[in-house]
Design a protein around this ligand. Sequence first.
Ligand SMILES: Cc1cn([C@H]2C[C@H](O)[C@@H](COP(=O)(O)OP(=O)(O)O[C@H]3O[C@H](C)C(=O)[C@H](O)[C@H]3O)O2)c(=O)[nH]c1=O
Length: 341
Amino acid sequence: MRVFITGSAGFIGFHLARLLLQQGHTVHGYDGLTDYYDVRLKQRRHALLREFPAFAATEAMLEDAATLQAAARAAQPDVIVHLAAQAGVRYSLENPRAYIDANLVGTFNLLEVARAIKPRHLLMASTSSVYGANPEMPFGEQQKTDWPLTLYAATKKANEAMGHAYAHIHGVPTTMFRFFTVYGPWGRPDMALFKFTKGILEGTPIDIYNHGDMWRDFTYVDDLVRAIRLLIDVVPPAPEQRTPARGWQPIEGDTLSPAAPWRVVNIGNSDKVRLLDFVEAIEAEVGKPAVRNHLPLQTGDVPATWAECSLLQRLTGYRPQTPFRQGVAAFVRWYRDYHGV
Ligand SMILES: Cc1cn([C@H]2C[C@H](O)[C@@H](COP(=O)(O)OP(=O)(O)O[C@H]3O[C@H](C)C(=O)[C@H](O)[C@H]3O)O2)c(=O)[nH]c1=O
């Protein structure tokens, strides 16, 4: 299978590309290598992927529609996985325009590519942040996502809607994933696990928001990309294909659109972890206590996330389940090795 992955030098894109290459697939990566965080980390990820002969990459921005079209047409993908984005919850308060450019304009450009190429399946990243101020827990895909708390969440919600409209009009089967706080080796330096590990190792204070009284459904990156890999083969059928004669059976809790080959699926660990327990797990792994700087809840942050993942389980027979202490240990091992500390 030939797969076109946007965001291939990013945390999740790198892991997905590596998994697909290890399985013998051909991957064309597309990444703008923006300086949102240390570009060397992105270059190292791409360098590792380049060790596979079946990997090629175009280093350009999503906003560069002509380059994106040319790269995707040349790659002739069976499947497109769109992971490139301006990510991060709190940065969207500082630099909102980056989210409009990458997530709205960039995703529009990508949808135009899909419309032209008509891959077998288009899969695109959304986020648990779309549940925003929804008070119901755990978050199920059918629940309200009408109250985003940041522009980041709003752009991702818009991406879900844009994907739906294109799937309806142009018929490209589209799966949206809602990711829940993904962590693990090669992770993002702006995220809690990276910042906490660095601070504890260096003996500098770590900022703990809401005094640690926050909950996250931390999802280990290997589990996440395994789920994506399985979902690649679960192509949402068009409305006219949903008949018993075609072997289609309704699935409980499915989010299939009545008007398009489109569905949205949560990918989380289905386990909410208290932030202070997460910090303690990092301290235990590093073998040193943190210097804790307790701060109030940050604007735009949701106090808790918790995924309901039975749809993923029904569609793929799989659900993430790495215990957070195990995932934290794998990250700290990688961090020490990567930084030689
Ligand atoms: C960076 C940082 C975070 N935190 C807290 C805030 C959260 O309760 C928790 C995890 O934060 P992190 O930034 O690692 O992840 P989320 O805020 O859940 O956001 C992440 O997961 C979602 C789904 C995405 O879609 C975002 O792109 C992704 O960045 O630690 C702190 O207490 N101190 C810190 O310095």
